[in-house]
Design a protein around this ligand. Structure first.
Ligand code: MLT
Length: 389
């Protein structure tokens, strides 16, 4: 037996596991202190009514012989694929049903898709970046190169024609910075990818937070993208499915063999998302569901505004929050990210995510999420103001 030596090249533990461990240690030592978690982007509002009703109905169906279902199609039931298809049509993106694959979330598919690509590809990721893009490639032993996202380019880097890349990751609205590309900027990436014969892996997990109608919510709103991009989306942040697990991946047929390879991969290694969950997901796209999830998204956007207003009043530089649940701030007093993490935990019992955990350009920065409750967000900001106001 030989182990995969590439694992030795990973950080010792996954970013959010490291944070959880630190917080658990702190709470064990300080049981009387109320810790407010604005770290991992996990939602707090419950599933909306349209979804829970659909889930209940599906549970009942599963308990009756006539409507019971066993294995479903690995790519997802047509009723959900159709709902996703219509969702795209509303934004003038036409997809065929067999270009849509129902998944258990964006994170798994962002990693799983790599089965389709040779180890010899060079991967281009922005820095800072969602750690999954880097770690999954490091596990496979692929070469990773970086494009710098920083204050100068407003955390929206554009491609450098002199850098050769085969697989390109883009997340917009971005995790962790909250920055969102406009159509022209995404067009630059699509043109670059085509000139390199590269593929873009587009993470659209935060698309529902885009507030400006003119900003793209899908890479397929960009001309030529179907020839060079795969899109990943999730209902985790859109509809509170972090614990329910459902998402979708779009692999255009224009990508040639990749669509068929993905079918082959999924039919071999994946048995599909549970029927019950897919019925709940279908309800997200219903008229009632859309109305209810928008209310929830607006609730989080209000939180983002409270965070942003507080930081402004403390004179702390920050971006994000407008088209995203994340606020990306410069650590006060030139602290590095992890020092600030400890400082904030010790002195305000507020947990955030150190920017350094997302890459070298993230050092000196910090991420807060607006996914907390309204009360906790207000309380956290009161504590923030006391420390830095
Ligand atoms: C995050 O906090 O970056 C996300 O919640 C992680 C994820 O979606 O897997």
């Amino acid at each position: 037996m030989k182990i995969n030596e590439n694992y030795a090249n990973l950080e010792q533990s996954y970013l959010f596991s490291t944070i959880a461990k630190k917080v658990n240690e702190y709470t064990a030592q300080n049981p009387d202190k109320k810790v407010i978690k604005l770290g991992i982007g996990d939602v707090t509002l419950p599933l909306c009514k349209a979804v829970t009703e659909a889930l209940h109905k599906a549970v009942d169906e599963m308990g009756v012989q006539a409507t019971f279902r066993g294995y479903g199609p690995e790519q997802g039931y047509d009723f959900l694929r159709k709902a996703v298809q219509e969702y795209y049509t509303k934004r003038n993106v036409e997809l065929e049903l067999d270009e849509i694959f129902i998944s258990d979330g964006a994170k798994s598919d962002l990693g799983n898709i790599l089965d389709l690509f040779s180890k010899d590809n060079t991967v281009l990721v922005p820095d800072p970046v969602y750690p999954v893009y880097v770690d999954t490639n490091v596990m496979a032993g692929r070469k990773v190169v970086y494009v710098d996202a920083n204050g100068e380019n407003e955390f929206l880097p554009l491609p450098d024609k002199n850098v050769q890349a085969d697989i390109i990751y883009i997340c917009s609205p971005n995790n962790p910075t909250g920055a969102a590309y406009n159509k022209e900027q995404l067009q630059t990436w699509v043109d670059y990818a085509k000139s390199m014969n590269a593929i873009i892996l587009f993470d659209a997990a935060y698309e529902c937070f885009v507030s400006d109608e003119n900003l793209p919510r899908s890479i397929f709103e960009i001309e030529g993208a179907k020839d060079c991009a795969i899109e990943f989306c999730s209902l985790s942040k859109t509809a509170g499915f972090t614990g329910t697990r459902c998402g979708y991946t779009v692999v255009p047929k224009a990508l040639g063999v990749l669509n068929k390879m993905w079918v082959r991969r999924q039919t071999t290694k994946f048995n599909g998302v549970p029927y019950i969950v897919q019925r709940g997901a279908e309800a997200v796209f219903s008229e009632e569901g859309q109305k209810e999830i928008i209310e929830n998204i607006n609730y989080y956007k209000e939180n983002a505004k409270v965070i942003s207003d507080t930081l402004k009043s403390c004179g702390i530089w920050h971006v994000g929050g407008k088209h995203s649940p994340y606020i990306w701030l410069k650590c006060p007093n030139d602290m590095d990210s992890w020092t600030f993490f400890d400082y904030l935990l010790e002195n305000a019992q507020v947990v955030g995510t150190p920017g350094a955990g997302f890459g070298k350009n993230g050092d000196g920065y910090f991420r807060l999420t607006s996914f907390g409750s309204k009360e906790n967000t207000a309380e956290a900001m009161k504590r923030f103001k006391k420390l830095f106001g």
